[in-house]
Write a protein that binds this ligand. Structure first.
Ligand SMILES: [Zn+2]
Ligand SMILES: [Zn+2]
Length: 247
């Protein structure tokens, strides 16, 4: 009985939401876009730039040219990175950057399908052919989580996990220091801001392989600090996938 009531209620709510969210692109407010499309229309979609080879083997930074040998960029040579490799689906510019900011800071959760789709398109085919023990979303500090009420990295990791059958682990890694926002910090400040920001229980990751999932990769300071904590807890390998990559 309760289930029937719930399903009727859900139906009613969905109809209601359809009323409040018409099928209009939430970027340009002109084109047609459905919930399934994450409310981004075909015209705005054309601004999305997928990251294609060649890119840095280590951090996924795309570059011009047709290098066929292994290549590590200056970003990687200057930083001590604790992950084996990082890849991102698209460039963090134009529509993608706007969607990520509104999703994260303005609770524009209707963009979830757009962001999840970008990540799944690029990451799922690569991950399905490899062996990974779990996806680990970059955790928020509990204080930040209470303010924001959701962790965008966890939402994206759960969608990628459902698409790849890789489990999502949100208890292994904790954010133990409420770090300052990284936005206005230099590369060096970002790295030191993140040092020891994360922790995993000793021995909790022994011999395992993890993918850290986040929305944006900028210098790699955050994901590298996560990788460092997982490696310290015994992880055999830690790699990174994000939706977008700052250039
Ligand atoms: Zn549009
Ligand atoms: Zn690099």
């Amino acid at each position: 009985m309760m289930n029937t009531v719930n399903s009727h209620l859900r139906e009613w709510l969905n109809t209601g939401l359809g009323f409040f969210y018409p099928n209009v692109c939430q970027i340009c407010q002109i084109g047609c876009a459905t919930e399934r499309e994450g409310y981004v229309c075909a015209e705005c979609w054309k601004q999305v730039r997928f990251i294609r080879s060649p890119f840095c083997d280590r951090c996924g930074l795309p570059f011009q040219g047709d290098l066929t040998t292994k290549f590590e960029c200056t970003n990687c040579r200057e930083l001590e990175l604790h992950f084996s490799s990082a890849r991102s689906a698209v460039v963090a510019k134009t529509v993608v950057l706007e969607v990520i900011h509104r999703f994260k800071y303005s609770h524009a959760l209707w963009f979830e399908n757009f962001l999840a789709d970008l990540l799944i398109r690029e990451a799922a085919p690569a991950l399905r052919s490899q062996h990974w023990d779990a996806l680990v979303p970059v955790p928020l500090h509990p204080k930040k989580f209470r303010e924001r009420e959701f962790n965008q990295a966890e939402i994206l990791a759960r969608r990628l996990g459902a698409a790849t059958n890789i489990s999502v682990d949100t208890s292994l890694l904790q954010r133990v220091v409420p770090t300052l926002t990284q936005t206005f910090l230099s590369r060096e400040q970002r790295a030191s801001n993140m040092t020891n920001a994360f922790a995993a229980a000793a021995g909790s990751a022994v011999g395992k392989k993890f993918i850290i999932v986040d929305d944006v990769f900028t210098t790699g300071a955050t994901t590298s600090a996560c990788a460092k904590a997982l490696r310290a807890a015994g992880a055999m390998e830690v790699a990174v996938w994000t939706v977008a990559r700052g250039l």
